[in-house]
Design a protein around this ligand. Structure first.
Ligand code: IVH
Length: 718
């Protein structure tokens, strides 16, 4: 930090760091004035001063195109009616819930809570159970008791600003009862009762307008109207059931907080109950399930939340779901229909995925005409044949599935399905199924155009590079044009549009216009800066999902180090393909396998990627475009004495489970490894520690007791 007051420095005299800070400040400041002007009718500054802020933002962005923010005013500009909703970065991410389907799953959930917290077997865990409303989640931000912003969930980190529309929902308090926390983000569900939904559809039909598939779509469609006066005419309701940022707690338990929300003026889900055991939870689920038809709004299950908030705090989150809560879904809705055909879709890694083509049928309020058949073993196991009557099931937002065949109705002459021996792509390369593999794959590897398209679709998808305006349809079209082949090409589209396509620019093509093209290019530009974990995930390496990508980012910290180490590991592995233990292969490879939850199977897929000249080339070209791969930031890195240290836990601890130990260490910025090596800083030993403690002694690695570790963690010992 230079300590200069950057707000007064001319745009062209700012350093890159200062520019990034200024863009952040301007985004927030301009958004605040937008809210004051549009929603509160109470502008604080003159129009000319507002315009000056917008111009300064644009000038800095022109000088630093790599720093354009996702919530930049330049991305959001224009009247909302033309360009959609603004983006809102949630102060606390909006997460989703893990699912339980059976009584065993519920018992396991409670068991995991107990073991994570290391609770004695006889102690009770109080858990709040309430209906799971099938609507769409919303975050309401209150400051000083006034509703200042409403945002949809979006990808959990960034949602859409729907404040103007939410202002029209009667259930949503615009001002809170006295004594509300100064900052309060209430999370809950926007929904519509079934009765209101049917009335709305009748009205729409009478006016010759498009009707809505179900109450959930009704609620979503009504909320996302660009014209708030339309939303105002829709029968939307809101239940509050959780919270994000808070300036002070609402209570010490979930139950107390729920009551507090009600006192503050929110409608909370009806029929909640405080339960004391897995059995009580399961009984609650059965009872609510039995009354589902009487409940006036759609529910798709029940939600369980650990009551004590200090326990919720300790339990924390895993990836995108809390450990302290779970959804217990109702069994899926089913319907019978005819299977007309079985097609194969090619997955991102070349897998042949059989897909059922169905006579359209309504399942749980949604028309289904395709369903997944997973893989060829599934088709064989269920013996699904062309022409069969099949049972199709759909649960929540899960892809519809074929559950089984109605054998009594099988037509004469129906023959078993044969998996394809060639890829359906234009290259028609043979497919193979390796021994032990779940799926048949196209052998065209990176040459297969279908795989290339899937990989590009994956690259731009929401949890990867997240490029708005570039969906499957657009990717396919650009691919067929030859405009994009690998992700790097996406970043050259704007230049291409100015040069090669000058006579026939994108703006003039079908499906595009000035605004949509400008927005697309802005969205692409914004991704020249990308977090390392997203970057890794976006590459689409086999077995490297979001969670693994995060583990890799956390371990290697920077793109340069990750790539260098992966190339080294790939070389080591290529030299010793037969080795069966990581340490036989080499140091870089062993380091990769030592990351907890990464084994040789994942490591082999990663090094396979780094051994392919094709992927290395695509990677290099991508690095030329994504100029700012944001290193993984360790939480509280500077503050904690264990930050950056590598620690191994072994044995049983007295006050915490191994999981809690690990989560606590990571939260303090330490790396947790699964095995001891020379690079290990500490081995924390509990009771009955075995070979890892011995290994630590052999290597001279520092051994700590549980208490010694906790002292370091708390900063009592540096
Ligand atoms: S609590 C950390 N309670 O279900 C997440 N969620 O499948 C806390 N939902 O994203 C969520 N009813 O949109 C909670 N009573 C309820 C709910 C509920 C519906 C939704 C919510 C969430 C999704 C997860």
């Amino acid at each position: 930090m230079t300590g200069r007051d950057t707000a007064t420095i001319p745009a062209d005299a700012l350093t890159a760091d200062e520019a990034a800070g200024e863009l952040a400040r301007l985004a927030a400041e301009i958004a605040r004035h937008d809210r004051l002007y549009h929603q509160s009718d109470a502008p604080e500054i003159a129009d000319a001063d507002y315009d000056a802020l917008v111009r300064r933002n644009a000038a800095i962005e022109d000088l630093h195109p790599g720093l354009v923010r996702i919530d930049s005013p330049s991305v959001r500009v224009g009247a909302p009616a033309a360009s959609g909703f603004g983006k809102v970065t949630h102060a606390v991410p909006m997460l989703s819930l893990a699912n339980a389907f059976t009584a065993e799953d519920v018992a396991e959930f409670v068991g995991r809570v107990r073991s994570f917290l290391r609770l004695p077997p006889d102690g009770t865990v109080a858990i709040v159970a309430e209906p799971k409303i099938d609507g769409l989640s919303l975050s309401l931000r209150y400051e000083d008791g006034r509703l200042v912003q409403a945002a949809t969930r979006g990808d959990g980190a960034v949602g859409e600003d729907v404040t103007a529309n939410v202002m029209t929902i009667a259930d949503v308090p615009k001002r809170l009862a006295a004594g509300a926390p100064r900052v309060l983000e209430v999370r809950g569900e926007v929904h519509m009762t079934r009765a209101d939904f049917f009335r709305l559809n009748a009205d729409l039909a009478a006016r010759g307008e498009k009707t809505l598939a179900n109450p959930r779509n009704g609620a979503a469609g009504s909320l996302r109207q660009l014209d708030a006066t339309i939303t105002a005419g829709r029968p939307l309701r809101f239940f509050g059931y959780a919270w994000g940022e808070l300036s002070e707690p609402l209570g010490s338990t979930q139950w107390e907080s729920r009551n507090r929300l009600a006192d503050l003026g929110f409608v909370v889900p009806t029929d909640a109950r405080l339960c004391a055991s897995a059995e009580e939870l399961v009984a609650y689920h059965a009872e609510i399930g039995g009354r589902r038809a009487e409940i006036p709004f759609d529910i798709d299950g029940v939600v369980y939340k650990v009551d004590r908030l200090d326990w919720q705090q300790r339990l924390g989150f895993r990836d995108r779901t809390p450990r302290w809560a779970t959804a217990h879904k109702f069994s899926a809705e089913q319907a019978e229909t005819v299977l007309d055909d079985i097609l194969v879709s090619v997955g991102r890694t070349g897998t042949m995925n059989p897909v059922a083509v169905l006579r359209p049928v309504t399942v749980g309020g949604v028309v289904v005409s395709r369903a997944t058949l997973h893989n060829e073993d599934e088709v064989a196991r269920k013996d699904v044949r062309k022409g069969d009557h099949v049972i199709v099931q759909r649960a929540g937002d899960v892809i519809p599935q074929v559950v089984g065949v109605v054998l009594a109705k099988r037509p004469d002459g129906a023959v078993p399905w044969e998996p394809p021996h060639v890829c359906p792509c234009p290259l028609m390369t043979p497919t193979t199924r390796e021994p032990g593999a779940a799926a048949r794959r196209c052998t065209g590897e990176l040459r297969c155009p279908f795989q290339q398209i899937e990989r590009l679709v994956h690259f731009v998808s929401r949890n990867a590079a997240d490029i708005d305006g570039l969906g499957e349809k657009q990717v396919r079209a650009f691919f067929e044009d030859g405009a994009i082949r690998t992700p790097a090409d996406i970043f050259r589209l704007a230049a291409k549009n100015r040069t090669e396509w000058a006579l026939n620019p994108l703006e003039t093509r079908k499906g595009w216009g000035e605004t949509s093209v400008a927005k697309l290019f802005a969205a692409i530009e914004a991704r020249r800066r990308l977090e390392l974990n997203r970057f890794i995930f976006a590459l689409g390496i086999r077995q490297v999902g979001e969670a693994t990508a995060k583990l890799l980012a956390r371990h290697y910290e920077t793109a340069d180090r990750w790539i260098a180490q992966m190339r080294k590991a790939a070389e080591e592995r290529a030299a010793l393909p037969e080795a069966t233990r990581p340490d036989q292969v080499g140091e870089a490879y062993a380091e990769l396998c030592a990351i907890e939850q990464i084994g040789m199977s994942v490591a082999d897929d990663v090094v396979l990627f780094f051994g392919e000249p094709h992927s290395l080339d695509a990677l290099r070209r991508l690095q030329d475009e994504i100029t700012d791969i944001v290193p993984f930031v360790r939480p509280a890195a500077a503050a904690s004495p264990v930050a950056g240290r590598t620690v191994v836990f072994t044995g049983t601890f007295a006050g915490m489970s191994r999981d809690e130990a690990k989560v606590g260490a990571e939260a303090a910025g330490a790396k947790v490894a699964g095995s001891v090596s020379k690079k290990t800083d500490y081995v924390v030993v509990g009771e009955d520690a075995g070979s890892k403690a011995t290994k630590a002694r052999e290597l001279g690695v520092r051994i700590l007791t549980e208490a010694e570790w906790l002292d370091r963690l708390a900063g009592r010992i540096a």
